[in-house]
Design a protein around this ligand. Structure first.
Ligand code: FAD
Length: 441
């Protein structure tokens, strides 16, 4: 074996496909009994219920992931959004074909504010001292926040939906970089068959090309001699049998925290991470605090008898307490739900340590967004929180570490090492591009 890949998430699968294309022999070791990580789905009551993603690829069919899939010859189809988005504000849904459509709900004063910010973001270079300023502070330098509530809510809901962060957790340079990429690559797209169809295709191709995927098998240790990695120690879940695999290249798709632990032969468990992140019992403060690097969220899958969002893009929610945005992916691919039904998925950032309250606020928001239609026509299928070792983003946008490790032969891929400006699975694909550059050095 030339390369061992830890984790069969999207980052691990793409890395395997790229290495195979370069004639390497590859083994993927995956703890779970299936591939795909946070980018796959299970069928539940006829619905594609995902393990993470809302079936959406941020830069659609022109993006980095789509380009990589084409280069690898992986069959797939993406349905690009037909609108820039819609915006639920003032109790109504405003549909916006292009960015300027948002001026209809912003009104004259706030529209001027948006144009001013837009000019500073895109037509001039950001001054050095503004690059690392949190975006909320930067905005407050150029507009009066109290006079621009919907404009602030516009940026807040996009950051919460697309990145699962608040505006004080992301730098201005990162917001500018991401927004430029959104314009450069284009609208997000829904994956035909859902995110599980995409990772299954990748898996099939990798297997057909001779790679081995060891499911239900956990990497317990990354082995090294001096400063070079030489292989891994693994354990089969069923037999509890341990085995050593050797290779000169180890690619980790599990983020720096878990990778560092494996180098010391330690395991990072979900329970341990959550315990460390819980505030002291008497501490009333919210979490995640600044010390928590990952982005956390709550996602709801809803099945509806009637269509509630009339387009293929994202509906950003500016007048809700928690839900930042929603999609109705069955508008793109009706087979994601039983015939005649509509799948809706909402996403929000978890803002307090009280998960029950967060769930109740999600339901209250859904009632506010859709009125009596929600109770008459909708059924909540699942409501899940994503944090610890199964977060929305392993490292919050803009805080990611590079893919190079201190160990020769050890590389990191995945959403903990997304290069700046590339969000979610676009960042995963771009991390694989960077890994290939490092490998070629
Ligand atoms: P993972 O998918 O986490 O893969 C890592 C794999 O490693 C896992 O399968 C895990 O089981 C395995 N593993 C861990 N430890 C070990 C070990 N010791 N030994 C062996 N195997 C191990 N992105 C989008 O682009 N669009 C979206 O719509 C979107 N929505 C999201 C909504 C939610 C609620 C969440 C949670 C995420 C969303 N994302 C979205 C983000 C996207 O899902 C992730 O960025 C992406 O799937 C991460 O892939 P990965 O390969 O980096 O990691």
């Amino acid at each position: 074996t030339d390369a061992i890949i830890i984790g069969a998430g999207l980052g691990g699968l793409l890395s395997a496909a790229q290495l195979l294309q370069r004639g390497k022999r590859v083994i993927i070791v995956e703890r779970l009994n299936h591939s795909g990580g946070r980018f796959t789905a299970k069928t539940f009551q006829g619905v594609q219920v995902s393990t993470g993603a809302v079936h959406m690829v941020p830069f659609g069919s022109s993006g980095v992931l789509a380009t990589m899939l084409r280069g690898l010859g992986i069959p797939h189809r993406l349905y690009d959004a037909d609108v820039f988005g819609s915006f639920h504000v003032h109790g109504k849904q405003y549909r916006s074909r292009g960015l300027l459509g948002v001026l209809t709900f912003l009104g004259p004063v706030q529209s001027l504010g948006l144009l001013r910010l837009g000019r500073l973001m895109f037509l001039t270079a950001l001054p050095e001292d503004e690059r690392n300023l949190p975006f909320d502070q930067w905005m407050a330098r150029y507009i009066k926040v109290e006079k621009n509530p919907q404009l602030v809510a516009f940026f807040t809901s996009i950051a919460r939906f697309a990145l699962s962060v608040e505006l004080d957790q992301i730098s201005t340079a990162e917001v500018v970089h991401i927004t430029k990429n959104m314009f450069r690559f284009g609208a997000p797209g829904i994956v035909q068959g859902g995110c599980g169809a995409l990772t299954r295709q990748l898996e099939q191709q990798i297997l057909a090309q001779g790679a081995q995927i060891m499911h239900s098998c956990e990497v317990l240790q990354i082995l090294h001699e001096e400063d070079r990695v030489v292989g891994v120690r693994i354990r089969q879940k069923q037999s509890q049998e341990e085995q050593i695999l050797t290779a000169g290249i180890v690619v980790s798709d599990i983020g720096p925290r878990a990778t560092d632990a494996l180098l010391e032969s330690r395991r990072v468990t979900q329970a341990e991470v959550l315990k460390q992140q819980q505030p002291e019992a008497e501490d009333e403060s919210n979490w995640p605090g600044e010390s928590v690097p990952e982005a956390v969220g709550l996602k709801v899958h809803i099945l509806s008898d009637i269509s509630l969002i009339p387009h293929k893009g994202i509906m950003y929610c500016l007048d809700t307490r928690r839900i930042a945005g929603m999609v109705q992916p069955t508008n793109s691919d009706p087979t994601l739900a039983p015939a005649g039904k509509h799948l809706l998925i909402s996403h929000q950032v978890i803002q307090s340590n009280n998960v029950e309250e967060e769930r109740a606020l999600a339901i209250a928001d859904l009632r506010q967004l859709f009125g009596p239609a929600f109770d008459q026509h909708c059924k909540v299928l699942t409501m899940g929180t994503y944090r610890g070792e199964w977060p929305v983003n392993r490292m919050a946008q803009g805080t990611d570490r590079g893919g190079r490790s201190a160990w020769q032969g050890l590389y990191l891929v995945g959403d903990a090492v997304k290069p700046s400006g590339y969000l979610m699975v676009e960042g995963v694909a771009q991390s694989v591009n960077r890994f290939l550059d490092l490998l070629a050095e």
